[in-house]
Design a protein around this ligand. Structure first.
Ligand code: C2E
Ligand code: MG
Ligand code: MG
Length: 736
């Protein structure tokens, strides 16, 4: 039986240990004059049993004993019955508890003597083998001294020395195995850990990495070993790197204590970025000074969803610009910085003109693309560091900080307006976007961000009212009307619900006999706190809001309903905003209003304001669709807007020209007014259009117009706009 076989089934001894123990046993037999020496080891797996690990003696004894397993009980009994002989135990045959025939079976020719010093087969001499900390490791036993005598002190000392040698050998082997196992376990844990781990040498290069680390950085081991993690770190995060001085300083807060974790970006071979949560700990400051264990947990997904949440909370999804909340935060910061620096902050409240027209006419996908493009144009026009944000659908804000003089900001507003105004094609549609900008400046430490934005908003309203696509600087006189309008925005919904809108009707007369030929429906708002409001006080608020369509639809329904119930065959003129003309379903709305009211289409006149809407390429087609319903179309406020005579050519569908009242009021004062009226009369005649003059207030004006050939007129002279009850009694009123 080989030594290797001996150790089979015993987990503790290694080959070296078995050899060492055999050497000890052989030496005892050869040098101390014993026939047999046996070394048993406590089985590591089962501490209650001992296994014979080394035997020296006759072959048959070796064969019989080597590898034999026996319970500890027998030994416990032996120890209990034996007497200490120094470090040895001696069991005198006279007190031996075991059956002597047991022992005599395997030592058959042992001479038995009754002399006190003679060795008796039932005697036993053994040494319990103990570790330095007193653990029971095994047993060394000897038997059958060749001189037949119990061993003297010299032999006993030598035996004790052999017992210590055997115990040391066992302990050493145990420790070596444990340490080897520890290394194996560490390696297994290291390699299979889902956490990316790298061991960094004192010079902060990578000495060892696990699979997870390779996977995390999408690189082979060979690409990592010997390199610094700095090489794989995002440049902006290198101060947080494993190699950085910051971490190096904090890397060794105490023995085995890890650093606080930092989250940083690593670069992958394709240039993309992953986020890792890095924690460093010294490996062993005594044996491996400066060596660090870097553990990196992949937090990319969490970071991305955090980023998404932050973006959703602070940025507008469509344009990626800061949203209202974030813009206000930035404005407050800019204000504070500018106060410190002694400079000014300028706020631009930018409102995209006629966005509704784009949305209604071309659908929301085109509307979105339109907004995105405008936002890009605004962002491209400002300086680096100026903040652009989106406040709501068609509202943007620009914050300019560090402004020295107001003219700087004004120049910038002009540039933004010009760059936005460039032609824009989206699919088949083409546009010329325009932006109205209100400008407000900070006036020292007292100005708050909210006030500044409200002032810019008020200035924007003025800009919009006066000329679209322009800028206005805030002055305190704006606040009253503009702020009042801002507040009105919130009241529109209630106004519709609670039927606060009313129509007043103003007659249109034949000048020759003052007979009424028709009425114009004019919108009024019976506001619960502000009283009766005229269109100039609220109409632009509605036209720029989502209530524009509901209000216009209501006006059409109410006016056609009232018209059908007025005496006679008067025509009813209804004002349609230019935005409404672009609405795809307008013909349908008109048709429904007519059918519901039971009004003949020929009795309805739609008054369209001449403005830039009419310059849209599909303008003639839109008007033709309305005209196909059988209604008449009038151009309102003729001569004031952008319309030139070319309009009449482009819009052969028109039936009526309403000459703006400014020409009438100029009669008798400005000779040019008379010329204009005369030419328009001729023009109307030539084109087969009916001409109505607006704003006739005096008999003189009426007489002059008649002389100039005007046949129809409208004005306070003939009647002010009045509620329908004062025109005649309608049957029923239409509700919203
Ligand atoms: P418009 O269509 O040109 O209407 C005529 C305006 O001139 C009315 O003002 C009317 O009250 C006023 N007016 C009539 N005769 C005289 C006069 O002799 N002297 C003076 N100084 N003014 C006179 P109002 O009602 O304030 O309406 C202003 C504008 O609001 C209208 O101008 C029209 O463009 C718009 N509007 C009115 N109602 C509606 C509506 O239901 N829908 C739309 N989209 N616009 C409307
Ligand atoms: Mg009108
Ligand atoms: Mg008019």
């Amino acid at each position: 039986m080989s030594v290797a076989d001996v150790s089979a089934g015993v987990t503790r001894p290694s080959l070296d240990l078995a050899e060492t123990l055999q050497l000890v046993a052989d030496t005892i037999v050869e040098s101390l004059g014993f026939e047999v020496a046996v070394i048993n080891l406590v089985d590591e797996q089962d501490a209650t049993s001992l296994v014979v690990a080394a035997v020296s003696g006759p072959d048959e004894v070796r064969e019989l004993l080597l590898g034999r397993r026996q319970g500890n009980d027998g030994w416990a009994k032996l120890i209990a019955a034996s007497e200490p002989w120094g470090k040895l135990r001696f069991l005198d045959h006279a007190t031996a508890p075991s059956d002597p025939s047991d022992i005599l079976t395997w030592i058959p020719d042992m001479p038995v003597s009754d002399e006190p010093d003679a060795w008796h087969p039932e005697d036993a001499l053994f040494a319990p083998l103990q570790s330095a900390d007193g653990r029971h490791l095994g047993m060394l036993s000897v038997d059958v001294p060749r001189d037949g005598r119990r061993p003297g002190p010299a032999t006993r000392h030598a035996l004790e020395a052999f017992a210590v040698t055997a115990a040391l050998a066992i302990e050493h082997a145990t420790l070596a195995t444990e340490s080897r196992r520890g290394v194996q376990r560490f390696t297994a844990v290291f390699e299979s850990s889902p956490v990316a781990i790298a061991i960094l040498s004192a010079d902060r290069t990578i000495e060892r990495v696990n699979d997870a680390y390779c996977r995390f950085l999408r690189r082979d081991r060979s690409e990592l070993l010997g390199h610094s993690p700095m090489e794989f770190t995002h440049p902006d995060d290198r101060s947080l790197s494993e190699s950085s001085s910051t971490l190096a300083r904090t890397a060794l807060p105490g023995p085995r204590e890890p650093t606080d974790a930092v989250e940083k970006r690593y670069l992958l071979p394709d240039g993309s970025v992953v986020w890792g949560r890095l924690q460093l700990a010294p490996l062993n400051q005594v044996h491996d000074p400066g060596v660090l264990v870097a553990q990196v947990v992949d937090v990319t997904e969490r970071k991305r969803s955090e980023d998404r949440l932050v973006r959703q909370a602070h940025y507008d999804a469509l344009t990626s610009l800061p949203n209202r909340g974030e813009s206000m935060v930035r404005l407050r910061r800019a204000l504070a910085d500018d106060i410190d620096a002694g400079s000014m902050t300028a706020v631009f409240f930018c409102d995209l003109d006629r966005l509704k027209l784009v949305n209604d006419g071309h659908g929301h996908a085109v509307g979105d693309a339109y907004i995105r493009e405008v936002s890009k144009r605004i962002s491209a026009s400002v300086r680096d560091g100026d903040g652009v944000g989106r406040l709501s659908g068609d509202e943007f804000v620009v914050v300019l900080s560090g402004i020295g003089t107001p003219t700087e900001a004004i120049g910038m507003a002009g540039r933004i307006i010009d760059s936005v105004r460039q032609p824009l094609r989206i699919g088949a549609a083409s546009f010329t976007p325009s932006l109205s900008i209100g400008i407000a400046y900070s006036a020292g430490p007292g100005t708050t961000a909210d006030e500044l934005l409200a002032q810019a908003d008020a200035a924007m309203y003025r800009a919009k009212n006066e000329e679209r696509g322009a800028w206005q600087v805030y002055d305190p006189s704006m606040s009253g009307s503009a702020v009042a309008k801002l507040e009105l925005r919130h009241d529109v919904e209630a106004a519709l619900r609670e039927e606060q809108f009313v129509l007043h009707y103003q007659p249109i007369v034949r000048l020759a006999d003052r007979s009424v030929t028709g009425y114009e429906a004019l919108l009024r708002w019976q506001h619960p706190t502000r009283g009766l409001l005229l269109p100039g006080q609220f109409l632009d608020v509605i036209l720029d809001s989502e209530y524009e369509a509901p209000v216009t639809d209501w006006v059409l329904r109410q006016a056609t309903w009232d018209a059908a119930r007025l005496d006679g065959q008067h025509r009813m003129s209804v004002n349609i905003s230019s935005l409404q003309v672009g609405r795809r379903d307008l013909p349908q709305v008109v048709q429904e209003a007519l059918s519901r009211a039971g009004l003949e289409p020929a009795r309805l006149v739609l008054e369209l304001t001449e403005d830039r809407l009419l310059s849209r390429p599909d303008g003639p087609a839109l008007l033709a669709r309305l005209r196909d319903l059988g209604v008449s179309l009038a151009i309102d406020d003729f001569g004031t807007g952008y319309a030139g005579l070319g309009y009449l050519q482009r819009f052969p569908t028109l039936d009526v020209i309403k000459l703006d009242r400014s020409f009438v009021s100029g009669l008798g004062r400005e000779p040019v007014s008379e010329h204009i009226v005369r030419s328009v009369v001729e023009l109307a005649l030539g084109c087969g259009l009916q001409l109505v003059t607006e704003g006739v207030e005096t008999e003189q004006q009426a007489a002059d117009l008649l002389t100039l050939g005007v046949r129809y007129a409208q004005g306070y002279l003939f009647g002010r706009p009045v509620p329908v009850e004062e025109v005649c009694q309608p049957d029923v009123s239409v509700s919203c």
